[in-house]
Design a protein. Structure first.
Length: 406
């Protein structure tokens, strides 16, 4: 049964954490601007959060394989609650200092590096192999729903009480998540993993990553997709839409895209593809529709339609990928393999954000969006050249949860 007590506790923990975190970007932006009046301060704080996240991701993967993942998640959530609470206290109390908020952001980013590998590795211990798609669909749908509602709620809290109080709500959500996660069953770490050195574990993680023939092609494809999608969509999307149709249209497009994510998550809750990576790569190419529509200058209705289709593709691709990694990568190394996957994906994002501006200035925003859409589609489909990607099987018939040597 999917909603067994252990998974239910995990799901509730993720729900409250996601709900709080969805408020933070809006809340932090307005709180920082109110406190400092300098947009550059916000950029510094965001960078301080990203840098340690990237720098420590591989270490986070080792820790997720060495220590009980339940413990890692509880400590990381409690730490995030403390850092967010401290930032909220500084902003609410009128004690703003850039160095102080930036320092807290560094700690918050470091904690995030330990969270994502442990999250991916713990799910197979809570549900059976046959239920992984359903579990990931439920989590994906929850993220999409929170993305639709969270920023609006944050805006209301900011207007009513100020950005600092919205950040305080996020702090409370992390503590609540830790309380739910404390109800998960205790699983002892694998003795062999605990006995080796950090550098040896890191090396073993890289060898495992490249030794699994279907992992590295898809992970590299995601890296290219993030390079050509996140920055162009975030930068060129609002710019081109504002020029053609006005500011309000962009908000509608983002909401419709999130609705596409939610819709496919509902579908994937019932549908388990026989070959998940094959299905995920084919549907994942639909994610390029948003950029292609933007580059072609389609009218708002068609742009929103393309965004919805793109959301469908992103959800199917993400759910099948998560389930494949959780099902077929061994528990003793899933944290390290996941951290390498995350590192390649996340490191490409700031590079794309930096390049999109000069590229648009040189060749025009619409042309850059169109080229990025084409590259996106090619990158999404390229892993299908690997037979291992095309033929990787889906769910096994064993319905029992797989033990995790955390």
């Amino acid at each position: 049964m999917l909603l067994n007590p252990a998974f239910r506790a995990f799901y509730l923990g993720r729900l409250v954490s996601l709900a709080g975190s969805a408020m933070t970007p809006v809340a932090l932006a307005f709180a920082m601007l109110d406190a400092s009046g300098r947009p550059g301060d916000l950029g510094i704080v965001l960078a301080c959060q990203l840098v340690p996240h990237l720098a420590l991701l591989l270490v986070g993967g080792v820790v997720a394989d060495r220590l009980p993942r339940r413990l890692v998640l509880i400590v990381a959530n409690l730490g995030a609650g403390l850092t967010q609470g401290a930032i909220a206290f500084v902003l609410i109390g009128g004690l703003y200092r850039l160095w102080l908020v930036a320092g807290l952001a560094l700690v918050a980013g470091a904690l995030e590096a330990f969270t994502s590998p442990a999250l991916r590795g713990i799910v197979p211990s809570l549900v059976g192999s046959a239920e992984l798609e359903r579990a990931n669909s439920l989590l994906s749908g929850t993220r999409a729903a929170v993305l639709i509602v969270g920023p609006t709620v944050a805006g209301l809290v900011v207007v009513a009480a100020g950005g600092g109080w919205a950040i305080a709500v996020d702090a409370v959500s992390f503590v609540a998540a830790a309380a739910f996660l404390s109800r998960l069953p205790r699983v002892a770490p694998a003795p062999a993993a605990a006995a080796s050195s950090l550098l040896r574990d890191l090396g073993a993680g890289w060898r495992a990553f490249f030794a699994i023939p279907w992992v590295w092609p898809v992970a590299l494809a995601y890296s290219v997709i993030n390079l050509v999608n996140v920055g162009p969509w975030q930068v060129l999307g609002p710019t081109l839409t504002q020029q053609r149709s006005g500011e309000a249209v962009w908000g509608v497009v983002l909401s419709v895209r999130a609705a596409g994510l939610l819709a496919m998550s509902v579908v994937m809750y019932r549908f388990v593809p026989r070959h998940p990576l094959r299905f995920g790569r084919l549907t994942g190419a639909l994610g390029a529709c948003s950029l292609l529509a933007l580059g072609l200058g389609l009218d708002p209705v068609w742009l929103a339609t393309a965004a919805f289709v793109g959301g469908l593709g992103f959800a199917a691709s993400g759910i099948t990928w998560e389930s494949a990694v959780q099902r077929h990568v061994g528990s003793e190394r899933i944290g390290r393999v996941s951290s390498i996957d995350d590192l390649l994906s996340f490191a490409a994002i700031p590079l794309g954000q930096l390049l999109v501006g000069p590229a648009a200035a040189a060749w025009g925003g619409a042309r850059v969006a169109l080229v990025c859409g084409v590259v996106f589609a090619v990158a999404a489909l390229a892993p299908l050249a690997s037979r291992a990607v095309r033929t990787l099987p889906g769910a096994r018939t064993d319905p029992t949860p797989e033990p995790v040597g955390a």
